[in-house]
Design a binder for this molecule. Structure first.
Ligand code: ATP
Ligand code: MG
Length: 575
Protein backbone atom coordinates (compact mmCIF):
# COMPACT_ATOMS: atom_id res chain seq x y z
CA UNK A 1 0.00 0.00 0.00
CA UNK A 2 3.00 2.19 -0.09
CA UNK A 3 4.42 3.53 -3.24
CA UNK A 4 4.88 1.65 -6.47
CA UNK A 5 8.40 0.53 -5.84
CA UNK A 6 8.08 -2.72 -7.75
CA UNK A 7 7.65 -0.80 -10.98
CA UNK A 8 10.97 0.95 -10.73
CA UNK A 9 13.18 -1.76 -12.13
CA UNK A 10 10.99 -2.53 -15.11
CA UNK A 11 11.32 0.89 -16.66
CA UNK A 12 15.04 1.24 -16.10
CA UNK A 13 17.27 1.27 -19.10
CA UNK A 14 20.97 1.20 -18.47
CA UNK A 15 21.67 4.47 -20.19
CA UNK A 16 24.79 6.26 -19.17
CA UNK A 17 24.20 9.80 -18.17
CA UNK A 18 25.95 12.28 -20.35
CA UNK A 19 26.42 15.86 -19.31
CA UNK A 20 24.16 18.15 -21.27
CA UNK A 21 23.15 21.74 -21.14
CA UNK A 22 20.74 22.59 -18.33
CA UNK A 23 17.71 22.38 -20.61
CA UNK A 24 15.22 19.67 -19.89
CA UNK A 25 11.90 18.71 -21.33
CA UNK A 26 9.96 19.49 -18.17
CA UNK A 27 11.01 23.11 -18.13
CA UNK A 28 9.88 23.30 -21.75
CA UNK A 29 6.45 21.90 -20.94
CA UNK A 30 6.04 24.37 -18.08
CA UNK A 31 7.04 27.19 -20.35
CA UNK A 32 4.40 26.11 -22.87
CA UNK A 33 1.78 26.10 -20.13
CA UNK A 34 2.74 29.58 -19.07
CA UNK A 35 2.53 30.83 -22.63
CA UNK A 36 -0.84 29.16 -23.11
CA UNK A 37 -2.09 30.81 -19.94
CA UNK A 38 -2.84 27.48 -18.30
CA UNK A 39 -3.22 27.82 -14.49
CA UNK A 40 -3.35 31.57 -15.07
CA UNK A 41 0.36 31.49 -15.82
CA UNK A 42 1.14 30.32 -12.30
CA UNK A 43 3.94 27.89 -11.47
CA UNK A 44 3.57 26.14 -8.14
CA UNK A 45 5.45 22.91 -7.51
CA UNK A 46 6.10 20.78 -4.44
CA UNK A 47 8.70 18.33 -3.25
CA UNK A 48 6.86 15.48 -1.53
CA UNK A 49 9.21 13.16 0.38
CA UNK A 50 7.95 10.37 2.55
CA UNK A 51 9.71 10.79 5.92
CA UNK A 52 10.85 7.18 6.11
CA UNK A 53 14.57 7.74 5.67
CA UNK A 54 17.20 10.29 4.71
CA UNK A 55 17.41 11.91 1.30
CA UNK A 56 19.81 10.47 -1.22
CA UNK A 57 21.40 11.96 -4.29
CA UNK A 58 18.57 10.68 -6.49
CA UNK A 59 16.19 12.95 -4.61
CA UNK A 60 18.28 15.91 -5.63
CA UNK A 61 17.03 15.46 -9.16
CA UNK A 62 13.45 15.89 -7.91
CA UNK A 63 14.38 18.74 -5.57
CA UNK A 64 16.26 20.52 -8.31
CA UNK A 65 13.30 20.13 -10.70
CA UNK A 66 10.72 21.27 -8.18
CA UNK A 67 12.54 24.12 -6.48
CA UNK A 68 14.49 24.92 -9.63
CA UNK A 69 11.38 25.27 -11.80
CA UNK A 70 9.76 27.53 -9.20
CA UNK A 71 12.91 29.64 -9.08
CA UNK A 72 13.25 29.81 -12.84
CA UNK A 73 9.64 30.84 -13.50
CA UNK A 74 9.14 33.08 -10.49
CA UNK A 75 6.79 30.56 -8.86
CA UNK A 76 6.62 28.76 -5.55
CA UNK A 77 7.65 25.36 -4.30
CA UNK A 78 6.14 23.68 -1.23
CA UNK A 79 7.77 21.13 0.97
CA UNK A 80 5.21 18.49 1.77
CA UNK A 81 5.85 15.42 3.82
CA UNK A 82 3.79 12.51 2.58
CA UNK A 83 3.30 11.06 6.02
CA UNK A 84 0.55 8.56 5.39
CA UNK A 85 2.26 5.53 6.88
CA UNK A 86 2.63 5.84 10.67
CA UNK A 87 4.62 2.61 10.87
CA UNK A 88 7.72 3.83 9.08
CA UNK A 89 7.90 7.52 9.73
CA UNK A 90 9.85 9.43 12.32
CA UNK A 91 10.61 12.99 13.33
CA UNK A 92 14.32 12.29 12.89
CA UNK A 93 13.75 11.85 9.17
CA UNK A 94 11.69 15.02 8.90
CA UNK A 95 14.44 17.05 10.55
CA UNK A 96 17.15 15.46 8.41
CA UNK A 97 15.22 16.04 5.19
CA UNK A 98 14.72 19.71 6.02
CA UNK A 99 18.41 20.13 6.88
CA UNK A 100 19.41 18.54 3.60
CA UNK A 101 17.14 20.72 1.47
CA UNK A 102 18.41 23.85 3.21
CA UNK A 103 21.97 22.66 2.71
CA UNK A 104 21.27 22.47 -1.02
CA UNK A 105 20.28 26.11 -0.81
CA UNK A 106 16.52 25.81 -1.36
CA UNK A 107 13.83 27.50 0.65
CA UNK A 108 10.16 26.55 1.06
CA UNK A 109 9.58 29.75 3.07
CA UNK A 110 6.38 29.35 5.07
CA UNK A 111 5.08 26.52 2.95
CA UNK A 112 5.85 23.45 5.02
CA UNK A 113 2.96 20.98 4.78
CA UNK A 114 2.10 17.46 5.81
CA UNK A 115 -0.30 15.09 4.10
CA UNK A 116 -1.54 14.40 7.64
CA UNK A 117 -2.80 18.00 7.75
CA UNK A 118 -5.39 16.83 5.23
CA UNK A 119 -6.63 13.71 6.99
CA UNK A 120 -9.97 15.35 7.87
CA UNK A 121 -10.53 16.61 4.35
CA UNK A 122 -9.55 13.27 2.87
CA UNK A 123 -11.99 11.51 5.16
CA UNK A 124 -14.80 13.83 4.07
CA UNK A 125 -13.94 13.26 0.45
CA UNK A 126 -13.98 9.51 0.99
CA UNK A 127 -17.49 9.82 2.42
CA UNK A 128 -18.41 11.88 -0.63
CA UNK A 129 -17.24 9.08 -2.91
CA UNK A 130 -19.12 6.47 -0.90
CA UNK A 131 -22.29 8.54 -1.20
CA UNK A 132 -21.76 8.75 -4.95
CA UNK A 133 -21.48 4.96 -5.07
CA UNK A 134 -17.80 5.24 -6.00
CA UNK A 135 -16.23 3.57 -2.97
CA UNK A 136 -17.01 0.56 -0.80
CA UNK A 137 -15.84 -1.24 2.29
CA UNK A 138 -14.31 -4.57 1.41
CA UNK A 139 -13.82 -7.49 3.78
CA UNK A 140 -11.53 -9.49 1.53
CA UNK A 141 -8.11 -10.09 3.08
CA UNK A 142 -5.04 -8.42 1.65
CA UNK A 143 -4.11 -11.70 0.04
CA UNK A 144 -7.53 -12.19 -1.49
CA UNK A 145 -7.49 -8.67 -2.84
CA UNK A 146 -4.24 -9.45 -4.57
CA UNK A 147 -5.67 -12.66 -5.95
CA UNK A 148 -8.85 -11.00 -7.21
CA UNK A 149 -6.85 -8.24 -8.80
CA UNK A 150 -5.92 -10.30 -11.85
CA UNK A 151 -2.80 -9.80 -13.89
CA UNK A 152 -1.63 -7.73 -16.84
CA UNK A 153 -3.11 -10.34 -19.16
CA UNK A 154 -6.17 -11.35 -17.13
CA UNK A 155 -8.93 -9.10 -15.85
CA UNK A 156 -9.61 -8.99 -12.14
CA UNK A 157 -12.71 -10.35 -10.39
CA UNK A 158 -15.16 -8.29 -8.44
CA UNK A 159 -15.22 -8.63 -4.69
CA UNK A 160 -18.40 -10.15 -3.26
CA UNK A 161 -18.65 -7.01 -1.12
CA UNK A 162 -18.49 -4.65 -4.06
CA UNK A 163 -22.18 -4.01 -4.42
CA UNK A 164 -23.08 -3.10 -0.87
CA UNK A 165 -25.53 -0.28 -0.41
CA UNK A 166 -24.34 3.23 0.18
CA UNK A 167 -25.89 3.16 3.68
CA UNK A 168 -24.06 0.00 4.63
CA UNK A 169 -20.78 1.41 3.31
CA UNK A 170 -21.23 4.66 5.19
CA UNK A 171 -21.92 2.78 8.38
CA UNK A 172 -19.00 0.39 7.97
CA UNK A 173 -16.57 3.16 7.05
CA UNK A 174 -17.54 5.16 10.09
CA UNK A 175 -17.05 2.10 12.25
CA UNK A 176 -13.67 1.56 10.65
CA UNK A 177 -12.78 5.08 11.68
CA UNK A 178 -14.14 4.52 15.18
CA UNK A 179 -11.80 1.62 15.76
CA UNK A 180 -14.42 -1.13 15.79
CA UNK A 181 -12.37 -3.42 13.56
CA UNK A 182 -9.09 -5.20 13.84
CA UNK A 183 -6.24 -4.37 11.51
CA UNK A 184 -6.75 -6.14 8.22
CA UNK A 185 -10.46 -6.80 8.83
CA UNK A 186 -11.52 -4.49 6.03
CA UNK A 187 -10.42 -1.65 3.76
CA UNK A 188 -12.10 1.11 1.80
CA UNK A 189 -11.72 0.72 -1.95
CA UNK A 190 -12.54 2.92 -4.87
CA UNK A 191 -15.12 1.39 -7.18
CA UNK A 192 -13.68 1.82 -10.63
CA UNK A 193 -13.16 -1.06 -13.03
CA UNK A 194 -11.89 -4.56 -12.21
CA UNK A 195 -11.26 -5.20 -15.90
CA UNK A 196 -9.21 -2.09 -16.57
CA UNK A 197 -5.98 -2.75 -18.44
CA UNK A 198 -4.39 -0.42 -15.87
CA UNK A 199 -4.09 -2.43 -12.66
CA UNK A 200 -4.13 0.76 -10.61
CA UNK A 201 -7.74 1.30 -11.65
CA UNK A 202 -8.88 -2.12 -10.43
CA UNK A 203 -10.58 -0.84 -7.31
CA UNK A 204 -7.49 0.46 -5.50
CA UNK A 205 -7.42 0.59 -1.71
CA UNK A 206 -8.02 4.06 -0.26
CA UNK A 207 -7.92 3.38 3.48
CA UNK A 208 -6.52 0.65 5.63
CA UNK A 209 -6.81 0.10 9.38
CA UNK A 210 -3.66 0.64 11.41
CA UNK A 211 -3.91 0.86 15.15
CA UNK A 212 -0.74 2.85 15.26
CA UNK A 213 0.43 6.12 16.74
CA UNK A 214 1.11 8.75 14.09
CA UNK A 215 4.01 11.16 14.65
CA UNK A 216 1.70 14.14 14.18
CA UNK A 217 -1.88 13.03 14.69
CA UNK A 218 -1.12 10.72 17.62
CA UNK A 219 -3.92 8.20 18.18
CA UNK A 220 -6.63 10.32 16.58
CA UNK A 221 -6.86 8.03 13.60
CA UNK A 222 -6.80 4.30 13.23
CA UNK A 223 -7.50 4.39 9.51
CA UNK A 224 -4.87 5.84 7.22
CA UNK A 225 -5.14 6.92 3.59
CA UNK A 226 -2.98 5.11 1.07
CA UNK A 227 -0.44 7.14 -0.83
CA UNK A 228 -2.60 6.81 -3.95
CA UNK A 229 -5.58 8.34 -2.21
CA UNK A 230 -3.63 11.08 -0.45
CA UNK A 231 -1.23 12.26 -3.07
CA UNK A 232 -3.32 13.81 -5.83
CA UNK A 233 -5.74 15.39 -3.36
CA UNK A 234 -2.87 16.94 -1.41
CA UNK A 235 -1.60 18.48 -4.64
CA UNK A 236 -5.10 19.76 -5.34
CA UNK A 237 -5.53 21.29 -1.88
CA UNK A 238 -2.24 23.14 -2.23
CA UNK A 239 -3.10 24.43 -5.69
CA UNK A 240 -0.07 22.78 -7.24
CA UNK A 241 0.17 23.51 -10.96
CA UNK A 242 2.88 21.06 -11.99
CA UNK A 243 3.12 17.85 -10.05
CA UNK A 244 6.54 16.55 -11.05
CA UNK A 245 7.35 13.00 -10.11
CA UNK A 246 9.39 10.02 -11.13
CA UNK A 247 8.39 7.59 -13.82
CA UNK A 248 6.86 4.88 -11.69
CA UNK A 249 3.91 7.18 -11.02
CA UNK A 250 2.95 7.43 -14.69
CA UNK A 251 0.58 4.46 -14.39
CA UNK A 252 -1.00 6.08 -11.36
CA UNK A 253 -1.82 9.30 -13.15
CA UNK A 254 -5.16 7.99 -14.53
CA UNK A 255 -6.12 7.07 -10.98
CA UNK A 256 -5.18 10.49 -9.58
CA UNK A 257 -7.16 12.11 -12.39
CA UNK A 258 -10.13 9.85 -11.70
CA UNK A 259 -10.23 10.78 -8.03
CA UNK A 260 -10.05 14.51 -8.75
CA UNK A 261 -12.69 14.27 -11.41
CA UNK A 262 -15.11 12.35 -9.17
CA UNK A 263 -14.59 14.90 -6.43
CA UNK A 264 -14.93 17.77 -8.86
CA UNK A 265 -11.94 19.62 -7.50
CA UNK A 266 -8.96 21.45 -8.94
CA UNK A 267 -6.49 19.22 -10.80
CA UNK A 268 -2.79 19.89 -11.36
CA UNK A 269 -0.80 18.63 -14.31
CA UNK A 270 1.39 15.65 -13.49
CA UNK A 271 4.59 15.21 -15.47
CA UNK A 272 6.89 12.26 -14.94
CA UNK A 273 10.63 12.10 -15.35
CA UNK A 274 13.18 9.29 -15.23
CA UNK A 275 14.84 8.48 -11.93
CA UNK A 276 18.49 9.15 -11.43
CA UNK A 277 20.60 6.28 -10.21
CA UNK A 278 24.32 6.20 -9.59
CA UNK A 279 26.57 3.22 -10.23
CA UNK A 280 27.93 1.24 -7.28
CA UNK A 281 25.22 2.49 -5.00
CA UNK A 282 21.51 2.27 -4.27
CA UNK A 283 18.77 4.87 -4.40
CA UNK A 284 16.12 3.49 -2.14
CA UNK A 285 15.51 4.72 1.35
CA UNK A 286 14.26 1.31 2.29
CA UNK A 287 17.49 -0.35 1.29
CA UNK A 288 19.68 2.41 2.66
CA UNK A 289 17.82 1.97 5.91
CA UNK A 290 18.73 -1.69 5.97
CA UNK A 291 22.39 -0.80 5.56
CA UNK A 292 22.07 1.39 8.63
CA UNK A 293 19.96 -0.94 10.73
CA UNK A 294 21.98 -4.03 9.94
CA UNK A 295 25.25 -2.29 10.70
CA UNK A 296 26.88 -2.34 7.28
CA UNK A 297 27.60 1.35 7.78
CA UNK A 298 27.90 3.60 10.81
CA UNK A 299 24.67 5.51 10.34
CA UNK A 300 22.79 7.46 7.69
CA UNK A 301 25.62 9.99 7.48
CA UNK A 302 28.37 7.43 7.04
CA UNK A 303 30.64 9.00 4.40
CA UNK A 304 30.24 5.91 2.23
CA UNK A 305 26.50 6.48 1.92
CA UNK A 306 25.13 8.38 -1.06
CA UNK A 307 22.67 10.06 1.25
CA UNK A 308 23.05 13.82 1.28
CA UNK A 309 24.20 13.69 4.89
CA UNK A 310 26.76 11.03 3.99
CA UNK A 311 28.04 12.98 1.02
CA UNK A 312 28.20 16.16 3.10
CA UNK A 313 30.22 14.43 5.78
CA UNK A 314 32.46 12.97 3.12
CA UNK A 315 33.25 16.49 1.91
CA UNK A 316 30.80 17.05 -0.94
CA UNK A 317 29.61 20.60 -1.52
CA UNK A 318 26.04 21.48 -2.47
CA UNK A 319 27.46 23.07 -5.62
CA UNK A 320 29.12 19.81 -6.68
CA UNK A 321 25.98 17.78 -6.01
CA UNK A 322 23.83 20.22 -7.95
CA UNK A 323 26.30 20.40 -10.83
CA UNK A 324 26.19 16.62 -11.05
CA UNK A 325 22.41 16.57 -11.18
CA UNK A 326 22.17 19.46 -13.64
CA UNK A 327 24.64 17.88 -16.00
CA UNK A 328 22.91 14.51 -15.99
CA UNK A 329 20.35 14.65 -18.75
CA UNK A 330 16.71 14.40 -17.78
CA UNK A 331 14.34 12.40 -19.93
CA UNK A 332 11.50 9.98 -19.53
CA UNK A 333 13.96 7.14 -19.03
CA UNK A 334 15.59 6.17 -15.78
CA UNK A 335 19.33 6.67 -16.02
CA UNK A 336 22.32 5.41 -14.16
CA UNK A 337 25.09 7.98 -13.93
CA UNK A 338 28.60 6.88 -13.24
CA UNK A 339 29.92 7.37 -9.76
CA UNK A 340 33.10 8.64 -11.40
CA UNK A 341 31.12 11.51 -12.87
CA UNK A 342 29.88 12.49 -9.43
CA UNK A 343 33.48 12.48 -8.23
CA UNK A 344 34.50 14.50 -11.24
CA UNK A 345 31.98 17.21 -10.33
CA UNK A 346 33.33 17.36 -6.80
CA UNK A 347 36.92 17.63 -7.99
CA UNK A 348 36.03 20.45 -10.34
CA UNK A 349 34.43 22.39 -7.51
CA UNK A 350 37.04 21.75 -4.83
CA UNK A 351 39.86 22.44 -7.23
CA UNK A 352 38.61 26.02 -7.32
CA UNK A 353 38.05 26.54 -3.64
CA UNK A 354 39.90 24.05 -1.42
CA UNK A 355 43.11 25.36 0.17
CA UNK A 356 46.15 23.16 -0.42
CA UNK A 357 48.07 21.71 2.48
CA UNK A 358 50.66 19.02 2.91
CA UNK A 359 49.92 15.84 4.85
CA UNK A 360 51.64 12.49 5.02
CA UNK A 361 49.38 9.47 5.38
CA UNK A 362 51.96 6.71 5.76
CA UNK A 363 54.95 8.38 7.32
CA UNK A 364 58.57 7.49 6.66
CA UNK A 365 61.07 9.39 8.75
CA UNK A 366 63.71 11.39 6.92
CA UNK A 367 66.71 12.94 8.69
CA UNK A 368 68.54 15.71 6.80
CA UNK A 369 71.99 15.02 8.17
CA UNK A 370 73.56 18.30 7.00
CA UNK A 371 70.72 20.49 8.27
CA UNK A 372 71.59 22.19 11.57
CA UNK A 373 69.94 20.66 14.59
CA UNK A 374 67.39 22.99 16.17
CA UNK A 375 67.10 25.18 13.08
CA UNK A 376 63.63 25.89 11.70
CA UNK A 377 62.79 27.76 8.51
CA UNK A 378 59.46 29.09 7.42
CA UNK A 379 58.97 28.25 3.74
CA UNK A 380 56.37 30.06 1.74
CA UNK A 381 53.64 27.92 0.19
CA UNK A 382 50.83 28.80 -2.22
CA UNK A 383 47.35 28.24 -0.78
CA UNK A 384 45.56 27.69 -4.04
CA UNK A 385 47.15 27.96 -7.47
CA UNK A 386 43.62 28.29 -8.94
CA UNK A 387 42.81 31.27 -6.76
CA UNK A 388 45.39 33.97 -6.29
CA UNK A 389 43.29 35.72 -3.68
CA UNK A 390 43.78 32.72 -1.39
CA UNK A 391 47.30 34.00 -0.77
CA UNK A 392 50.19 32.13 0.78
CA UNK A 393 51.16 30.64 4.13
CA UNK A 394 54.38 29.33 5.59
CA UNK A 395 55.28 25.75 6.40
CA UNK A 396 58.05 24.90 8.86
CA UNK A 397 61.11 23.01 7.59
CA UNK A 398 63.55 21.31 9.93
CA UNK A 399 66.09 18.52 10.21
CA UNK A 400 63.58 15.69 10.73
CA UNK A 401 60.75 15.27 8.25
CA UNK A 402 58.17 12.73 7.20
CA UNK A 403 57.56 11.73 3.63
CA UNK A 404 55.17 9.13 2.24
CA UNK A 405 56.43 5.53 2.51
CA UNK A 406 55.56 4.78 -1.08
CA UNK A 407 57.55 7.76 -2.32
CA UNK A 408 60.67 5.72 -1.59
CA UNK A 409 61.87 2.45 -3.08
CA UNK A 410 65.10 0.80 -2.21
CA UNK A 411 65.24 -1.03 -5.48
CA UNK A 412 63.17 1.06 -7.88
CA UNK A 413 61.85 -0.28 -11.19
CA UNK A 414 62.55 1.68 -14.34
CA UNK A 415 59.62 4.08 -14.23
CA UNK A 416 59.85 4.97 -10.57
CA UNK A 417 61.24 8.51 -10.42
CA UNK A 418 60.81 9.27 -6.77
CA UNK A 419 63.27 8.80 -3.98
CA UNK A 420 65.73 5.89 -3.99
CA UNK A 421 69.26 5.37 -2.64
CA UNK A 422 71.63 7.90 -4.22
CA UNK A 423 68.79 9.74 -5.96
CA UNK A 424 67.83 13.39 -5.67
CA UNK A 425 64.26 14.74 -5.55
CA UNK A 426 62.57 18.04 -4.78
CA UNK A 427 60.64 18.68 -1.61
CA UNK A 428 57.61 20.81 -2.43
CA UNK A 429 58.25 24.49 -1.55
CA UNK A 430 61.61 23.38 -0.12
CA UNK A 431 64.94 22.01 -1.20
CA UNK A 432 66.44 19.21 -3.23
CA UNK A 433 67.36 16.28 -1.03
CA UNK A 434 69.48 13.24 -1.82
CA UNK A 435 69.08 9.86 -0.18
CA UNK A 436 72.44 8.82 1.24
CA UNK A 437 71.58 5.94 3.51
CA UNK A 438 68.74 3.62 4.48
CA UNK A 439 68.10 2.56 8.09
CA UNK A 440 66.25 -0.72 8.69
CA UNK A 441 64.80 -2.46 11.73
CA UNK A 442 65.50 -6.05 12.78
CA UNK A 443 62.88 -7.36 10.35
CA UNK A 444 64.55 -5.57 7.47
CA UNK A 445 61.86 -2.91 7.04
CA UNK A 446 62.97 0.57 6.12
CA UNK A 447 62.39 2.84 9.12
CA UNK A 448 64.40 5.92 8.28
CA UNK A 449 66.21 7.60 5.43
CA UNK A 450 69.39 9.60 5.96
CA UNK A 451 69.47 12.37 3.39
CA UNK A 452 71.40 15.54 2.63
CA UNK A 453 69.93 18.73 1.30
CA UNK A 454 71.41 21.31 -1.03
CA UNK A 455 71.05 24.74 0.63
CA UNK A 456 71.39 26.36 -2.82
CA UNK A 457 68.06 24.86 -3.95
CA UNK A 458 65.73 26.72 -1.64
CA UNK A 459 62.49 27.37 -3.51
CA UNK A 460 62.91 24.16 -5.49
CA UNK A 461 65.39 25.10 -8.23
CA UNK A 462 69.10 24.46 -8.58
CA UNK A 463 71.21 27.45 -9.68
CA UNK A 464 73.35 25.11 -11.79
CA UNK A 465 70.26 24.08 -13.73
CA UNK A 466 70.31 20.41 -12.70
CA UNK A 467 66.94 18.79 -12.69
CA UNK A 468 65.06 16.25 -10.62
CA UNK A 469 62.22 14.09 -11.83
CA UNK A 470 59.95 14.15 -8.80
CA UNK A 471 58.54 16.55 -6.25
CA UNK A 472 57.41 15.06 -2.96
CA UNK A 473 55.12 16.38 -0.26
CA UNK A 474 56.41 16.27 3.30
CA UNK A 475 55.89 17.62 6.80
CA UNK A 476 58.29 18.62 9.54
CA UNK A 477 58.16 15.89 12.19
CA UNK A 478 58.55 18.26 15.11
CA UNK A 479 55.80 20.60 13.94
CA UNK A 480 53.24 18.37 12.27
CA UNK A 481 49.94 17.50 13.91
CA UNK A 482 49.09 13.86 14.32
CA UNK A 483 45.71 13.20 12.73
CA UNK A 484 43.49 10.30 11.77
CA UNK A 485 42.58 9.83 8.12
CA UNK A 486 39.77 7.67 6.80
CA UNK A 487 39.97 6.45 3.23
CA UNK A 488 36.95 5.09 1.43
CA UNK A 489 36.20 2.76 -1.38
CA UNK A 490 32.87 1.93 -3.06
CA UNK A 491 30.31 0.56 -0.66
CA UNK A 492 29.31 -2.11 -3.18
CA UNK A 493 31.39 -4.43 -5.27
CA UNK A 494 28.76 -4.50 -8.01
CA UNK A 495 27.94 -1.74 -10.45
CA UNK A 496 24.22 -2.27 -9.95
CA UNK A 497 23.76 -3.82 -6.49
CA UNK A 498 20.03 -4.10 -7.18
CA UNK A 499 20.62 -6.52 -10.00
CA UNK A 500 21.16 -9.70 -8.03
CA UNK A 501 20.72 -13.33 -8.88
CA UNK A 502 18.24 -15.85 -7.54
CA UNK A 503 18.48 -16.23 -3.77
CA UNK A 504 20.84 -13.28 -3.47
CA UNK A 505 20.37 -9.92 -1.84
CA UNK A 506 21.94 -6.54 -2.41
CA UNK A 507 23.63 -6.91 0.96
CA UNK A 508 25.62 -9.83 -0.46
CA UNK A 509 27.50 -7.25 -2.50
CA UNK A 510 28.53 -4.91 0.27
CA UNK A 511 32.26 -4.28 -0.08
CA UNK A 512 33.89 -5.59 3.12
CA UNK A 513 36.88 -3.39 2.43
CA UNK A 514 35.31 0.01 1.90
CA UNK A 515 36.86 1.79 4.89
CA UNK A 516 40.54 2.15 5.74
CA UNK A 517 41.46 4.00 8.89
CA UNK A 518 44.96 5.43 9.16
CA UNK A 519 45.40 6.45 12.76
CA UNK A 520 48.83 8.02 12.65
CA UNK A 521 49.07 10.54 9.85
CA UNK A 522 50.79 13.90 9.96
CA UNK A 523 49.67 17.23 8.66
CA UNK A 524 51.28 20.66 8.54
CA UNK A 525 50.44 22.84 11.57
CA UNK A 526 48.49 25.45 9.59
CA UNK A 527 45.33 23.33 9.83
CA UNK A 528 45.31 23.37 13.65
CA UNK A 529 41.83 24.13 14.95
CA UNK A 530 40.08 23.37 11.64
CA UNK A 531 36.35 22.98 12.11
CA UNK A 532 34.31 19.96 11.06
CA UNK A 533 33.29 20.38 7.45
CA UNK A 534 36.44 22.29 6.46
CA UNK A 535 37.80 20.98 3.17
CA UNK A 536 41.38 20.83 1.94
CA UNK A 537 43.39 19.45 -0.87
CA UNK A 538 46.19 17.34 0.58
CA UNK A 539 48.79 17.81 -2.10
CA UNK A 540 49.10 14.73 -4.33
CA UNK A 541 46.60 12.76 -2.20
CA UNK A 542 43.13 14.13 -2.83
CA UNK A 543 40.48 16.27 -1.23
CA UNK A 544 39.76 15.78 2.44
CA UNK A 545 37.16 17.04 4.86
CA UNK A 546 37.32 17.42 8.64
CA UNK A 547 35.01 14.88 10.28
CA UNK A 548 32.76 15.71 13.25
CA UNK A 549 34.49 12.91 15.17
CA UNK A 550 37.47 15.26 15.53
CA UNK A 551 38.45 16.28 19.06
CA UNK A 552 40.53 19.14 20.43
CA UNK A 553 43.48 16.73 20.56
CA UNK A 554 43.10 15.01 17.26
CA UNK A 555 41.59 15.98 13.95
CA UNK A 556 39.90 13.30 11.86
CA UNK A 557 39.78 13.66 8.08
CA UNK A 558 37.68 11.88 5.47
CA UNK A 559 38.99 11.55 1.99
CA UNK A 560 36.25 12.93 -0.23
CA UNK A 561 37.89 12.00 -3.49
CA UNK A 562 41.31 11.28 -4.92
CA UNK A 563 42.99 13.58 -7.42
CA UNK A 564 43.01 11.07 -10.23
CA UNK A 565 40.17 11.95 -12.54
CA UNK A 566 39.11 8.64 -14.04
CA UNK A 567 35.96 10.09 -15.56
CA UNK A 568 37.73 12.90 -17.41
CA UNK A 569 40.18 10.32 -18.72
CA UNK A 570 37.40 8.14 -20.08
CA UNK A 571 35.80 11.16 -21.76
CA UNK A 572 39.10 12.18 -23.31
CA UNK A 573 39.63 8.70 -24.74
CA UNK A 574 36.18 8.68 -26.24
CA UNK A 575 36.97 12.00 -27.86
P1 ATP B 1 12.95 5.87 -2.20
O1 ATP B 1 12.64 4.64 -2.94
O2 ATP B 1 14.36 6.23 -2.18
O3 ATP B 1 12.34 5.87 -0.84
P2 ATP B 1 10.78 7.43 -3.04
O4 ATP B 1 10.38 7.71 -4.43
O5 ATP B 1 9.96 6.50 -2.26
O6 ATP B 1 12.27 7.01 -3.05
P3 ATP B 1 10.06 9.88 -1.83
O7 ATP B 1 10.31 10.20 -0.43
O8 ATP B 1 8.67 9.67 -2.24
O9 ATP B 1 11.00 8.73 -2.20
O10 ATP B 1 10.72 10.98 -2.75
C1 ATP B 1 10.19 12.23 -3.00
C2 ATP B 1 10.30 12.54 -4.45
O11 ATP B 1 11.60 12.27 -4.91
C3 ATP B 1 9.34 11.71 -5.27
O12 ATP B 1 8.61 12.59 -6.08
C4 ATP B 1 10.22 10.83 -6.10
O13 ATP B 1 9.67 10.70 -7.38
C5 ATP B 1 11.54 11.57 -6.13
N1 ATP B 1 12.68 10.66 -6.22
C6 ATP B 1 13.03 9.70 -5.36
N2 ATP B 1 14.11 9.03 -5.79
C7 ATP B 1 14.46 9.59 -6.97
C8 ATP B 1 15.50 9.35 -7.92
N3 ATP B 1 16.40 8.37 -7.73
N4 ATP B 1 15.57 10.12 -9.01
C9 ATP B 1 14.68 11.10 -9.19
N5 ATP B 1 13.68 11.38 -8.36
C10 ATP B 1 13.55 10.65 -7.25
MG1 MG C 1 10.17 4.67 -1.63
Amino acid sequence: MGKPEEDIKDTTEAADAAPTAGVNFIRKLIEEDIQAGRFGGRVHTRFPPEPNGYLHIGHVRAIWMDFGAAEEFGGKCNLRFDDTNPLKEEQEYIDAIMDDIRWLGYDWEDRLFFASDYFDQLYEWAVQLIKAGKAYVDHLSAEEIREYRGTLTEPGRESPYRNRSVEENLDLFERMKNGEFQEGACVLRAKIDMASPNLNLRDPVMYRILHAEHHRTGDRWCIYPTYDWAHGQSDSIEGITHSLCSLEFADHRPLYDWFLEQLGVYAPRQIEFGRLNVSYTLMSKRRLRRLVEEGYVNGWDDPRMTTLSGLRRRGYTPEAVKAFVERTSVSRTNVTAEFEFLEHCLREDLNQRAPRVMAVLQPLRVVITNYPEGQVEALEAVNNPEDESAGTRTVPFSRVLYIEQDDFMEDPPKKFYRLAPGREVRLRYGYFIRCEDVVKDDQGSVVELRCTYDPETRGGYAPDGRRVKATLHWVSAGHALEVEVRLYDQLFTKENPDDVGEGEEFTDYVNPDSLHVLERCYIEPSVAGAAPGARYQFERLGYFCVDPDSTADKLVFNRAVTLRDTWAKVQAQQG
